[in-house]
Design a protein around this ligand. Structure first.
Ligand code: HEM
Length: 148
């Protein structure tokens, strides 16, 4: 169940923009030896390096998460995943795991209406997770890291 929620909610990356700093290690220093993430389509990577994120330290340039249709809530994000063109490592991870990969393919075979229903359903499920508030919780400055 959580597997499908993860795939559905990641579909939010079908709209909007990101900052180079969220993925430049994939382009320039994937394992710390100045290398590129082999899971990323090399043509796409070359393009990003030449036109968008020209260095590892670029933290101002913005990049469309679903190039070509970044204003449209559609299935194109999932098509790009199959072409190894997911921008973040979390996107590309959806195709290296067999369970998530087959669910991605299932979404692509289904209708847009089906995706909308799946997405809405998963958002509602996430909304039912008891969020900690007040002194029992904390609002993170960076979503992936506990505040220091
Ligand atoms: C409603 C759901 C979601 C929305 C609206 C959303 C939106 C965004 C946006 C706007 C960015 C770009 C940040 C930037 O570079 O400025 C981003 C980055 C990212 N998203 Fe999502 N996302 C969603 C769900 C998810 C899910 C389910 C995952 C993983 C399981 C995920 C993982 C990431 C990662 C790893 C990044 C890279 C930057 C970072 O770590 O902060 N997102 N997302």
């Amino acid at each position: 169940m959580f597997m499908t929620i993860r795939v559905n909610i990641s579909g939010a990356h079908t709209i909007g923009i990101s900052h180079c700093s969220s993925f430049t290690t994939r382009l320039y220093n994937f394992t710390g030896v100045g290398d590129q993430d082999p899971a990323l389509d090399s043509e796409y990577a070359a393009n990003l390096k030449a036109r968008k994120c020209r260095s590892l330290n670029d933290n101002t340039t913005i990049v469309e998460m679903d190039p070509g249709s970044f204003r449209t809530f559609d299935l194109s994000y999932y098509s790009l995943l199959l072409k190894r063109r997911g921008l973040f490592q979390s996107d590309s991870a959806l195709t290296t795991n067999s369970a998530t990969l087959s669910f991605v393919k299932q979404l692509l075979k289904g209708s847009l209406q089906n995706f909308f229903a799946e997405f809405a359903n998963s958002m509602e499920k996430m909304g039912r997770i008891n969020v900690k508030t007040g002194t029992t919780g904390e609002i993170r400055k960076h979503c992936a890291v506990v505040n220091s």
